[in-house]
Design a protein around this ligand. Structure first.
Ligand code: TRP
Length: 343
């Protein structure tokens, strides 16, 4: 069956786990693009804190999970997600996500789920001890997307396989029930700094879970912390090259150039055009200034928002209401297609 994607309202959906500690990697890898998509106005935009996903690997302390969910919401707001222009929600507050996920648990095959690399990585050698929720994680993710009939999903490279699974689930549902109901959503993966690397080891991804705080920039870091971490970032003794090929086999150097480009909204080559021949000591000062200029206001705004959790809860309550105007009719039609009785 050929699906004409144009029959669906252009709609962007993406989600982030409230597992604590937003980094520059989250911001440049995904969140900055969310703001651009929101402001472009060509799509409806929906952004989600996926708290149901955040309990799949381990059970976080309940107070910590609540705090992390509010902090993630503060992060979305601080970087420029406007809760009027976009729909900003917390997953568990829109019950249709979990309801559709059950249907998808019955569409997806064990074999498909078992091939997910994230499952294999997280379950490790002891899959017997992993939760059923961790195994079903990608079906819930498919439900997050498809309960809005979303057509575009901006994600990092590591989530591409889950989007492919989402497409398989949509296609199998449509095929098995002989309908043309769920869209085949497109992943949107692009941008030079899609992968922001560890500041001390350019071959590893920047991660909030690395034991050393020097390896990352947190969105809550102060101006001084940001500048210091960039000044202390690992580099090599060679000057900046004049062409990108000169960054091959120099992962730390390449990472800093990519970070500069993403923060300044220019191409990595444009960074080299203006800094070729400079030593990293000098370049890092320019990068620290730029990073402080772009990031310090974000951390200031997050601190301000976190001081007023009731305001965050109000925004999420309103977001859930707006979301359910979309999700309730889609779930209702899904139940009809499947043959569930109506009360
Ligand atoms: N699995 C995604 C991640 O870890 C988070 C996520 C959950 C998501 N549901 C989603 C991303 C739906 C995009 C769309 O990054």
């Amino acid at each position: 069956m050929i699906m004409a994607e144009t029959q669906f309202t252009p709609r962007v959906f993406s989600g982030i786990q409230p597992s604590g500690g937003l980094t520059l990697g989250n911001y440049l890898g995904a969140m900055k693009r969310f703001v651009q998509m929101q402001d472009a106005g060509s799509h409806e935009t929906i952004f989600c804190m996926v708290d149901l996903h955040a309990i799949t690997a381990t059970l976080p302390d309940p107070a910590t999970l609540r705090r992390n969910t509010r902090e993630l919401c503060a992060g979305f707001l601080a970087i420029g997600i406007d809760p009027e222009k976009s729909i900003l929600i917390n997953q568990s507050q829109v019950p249709e996500h979990a309801q559709l996920a059950w249907i998808f648990n019955c569409i997806a095959r064990m074999g498909w789920m078992g091939r997910m690399t994230q499952w294999k990585d997280k379950a490790g050698k002891n899959a017997e001890a992993a939760s059923l929720g961790l195994f079903a994680y990608p079906a819930l993710m498919a439900a997050d997307i498809l309960v809005y009939h979303a057509t575009h999903v901006p994600v990092g490279e590591d989530q591409k396989q889950h989007i492919e699974l989402t497409r398989d689930i949509a296609a199998k549902f449509n095929h098995d029930y002989g309908v043309d109901f769920f869209p085949i959503a497109e992943p949107v993966i692009e941008g030079a700094a899609t992968r922001v690397m560890n500041l001390q080891d350019g071959t590893k991804k920047m991660s909030k879970s690395d034991p050393s705080d020097k390896t990352r920039i947190n969105l809550t870091d102060t101006a001084d912390e940001i500048a210091k971490k960039i000044r202390k970032a690992k580099t090599d003794p060679d000057p900046l090259p004049d062409a990108l090929a000169g960054l091959d086999a120099r992962p730390e150097a390449r990472n800093l150039v990519n970070i500069y480009a993403a923060l300044a909204d220019i191409a990595p080559q444009a960074v080299l055009d203006s800094h070729a021949g400079a030593l990293f000591g000098h370049f890092k000062m320019a990068l620290a200034d730029l990073a402080v200029e772009k990031l310090a206001p974000i951390s200031g705004e997050m601190t301000r928002l976190m001081a007023d959790p009731a305001e965050i809860d109000r925004i999420l309550g309103r977001g859930a209401e707006r979301a359910r105007a979309i999700t309730a009719p889609i779930l209702d039609r899904t139940y009809d297609i499947v043959g569930m009785l109506k009360s």
